[in-house]
Design a protein around this ligand. Structure first.
Ligand code: NAP
Length: 277
């Protein structure tokens, strides 16, 4: 009998996570036996127990999601470059006796942008937000070759704290920040789950911001549901190319899968699994 892969996800809440569907589809497509389980854990102790199972070889690897990405970074013995710069880990595996932490959100976003457009960003980029996703977006904008990185967040102090870690220039005015950018990475929760008047206001705000970008700008909304997201609607309405965050979700999962199994991930199979029937 061949190897049986035991993978999983620890976080809370994770009931609606698309990761099990993506990873189980990838295992099946490559003819690998195994499973990807949900470990819904609220307390850090619960996360430590799951990581111990990775160290003991009971699990071959886990993804870590909110709110435990920093706890996981502290629990690892070694971190790869991006995970160590950000202090945030979303993928863990064991090598010898050491737990190694990775951050696949950054290569995931880079992969999604390249996959969507096949070229890198050359002009200025704007990152909206200052939460965990925005840290990854700043790193990704740099990896994509942005000439300069501008940051705008609803709460300026958080943007400043982020820029102190990952770099970038913080703007007060979002329209000035968006002026002539060729890449807009919308990495905040703005526009998520809104209906009625709130949804209309969010779209009007997003359209004004997108209007200020270069006519050739590419807009990536890291939010991925419900589709079409507010910022993808705004991009389309303003004649820009827009993509939602599903591509990033798929590519970060593909990076994690390749990392654990050592095999090239079947990206299109994973995308179909994430998109659902
Ligand atoms: P987070 O750490 O909670 O940060 C939330 C960010 O959104 C903060 O910058 C916050 O600004 C801002 N925000 C919240 N409500 C807002 C509003 N009404 N108007 C303007 N800004 C608002 O969350 P996160 O982990 O960074 O995630 C942010 C988004 O990215 C989520 O929608 C998440 O689903 C998505 N995401 C997608 C992927 C993917 O693979 N596609 C990966 C990670 C995250 P303040 O600082 O002012 O509160």
């Amino acid at each position: 009998m061949g190897r049986v892969w035991r993978l999983g996800l620890v976080g809370h809440p994770i009931g609606k996570s698309l990761s099990p569907a993506m990873h189980e589809a990838a295992l099946a497509a490559l003819g690998l036996e195994g499973s990807y389980e949900r470990f819904d854990r609220v307390e850090p102790e619960g996360v430590h127990a799951v990581l111990q199972a990775v160290r003991a070889g009971v699990l071959d690897g886990v993804n870590v999601t909110l709110p435990h990405k920093r706890v996981a970074a502290l629990a690892c013995d070694r971190l790869d470059g991006v995970a160590s710069r950000l202090g945030v880990v979303n993928t863990v595996r064991c090598e010898g006796a050491d737990l190694i932490g990775y951050n696949t959100d950054v290569p995931g976003l880079v992969g999604a942008v390249r996959d969507g457009w096949r070229t890198d960003a050359r002009g200025p980029a704007l990152v909206i937000g200052a939460g965990g996703a925005a840290y990854a977006a700043v790193e990704a904008a740099r990896d994509l070759g942005a000439s300069d990185i501008r940051i705008w967040n609803r709460t300026r102090a958080r943007a400043e704290a982020m820029a102190a870690v990952v770099g970038g220039e913080v703007y007060d005015d979002v329209h000035a920040a968006a002026h002539a950018v060729t890449l807009l990475l919308q990495a905040s929760s703005h526009g998520m789950d809104l209906v009625g008047e709130e949804a209309r206001e969010a779209l009007a705000f997003a359209r004004e911001v997108v209007q200020a970008t270069a006519a050739t700008a590419r807009v990536v909304d890291l939010v991925y549901r419900p589709r079409p997201t507010v910022w993808v609607q705004a991009a389309t309405a303003e004649g820009r190319e827009g993509r939602d965050g599903l591509g990033m979700l798929v590519h970060q999962a593909a990076c994690a899968f390749a990392n654990w199994t050592g095999q090239e991930a079947p990206v299109e199979v994973m995308r179909r699994a994430a998109e659902g029937p």
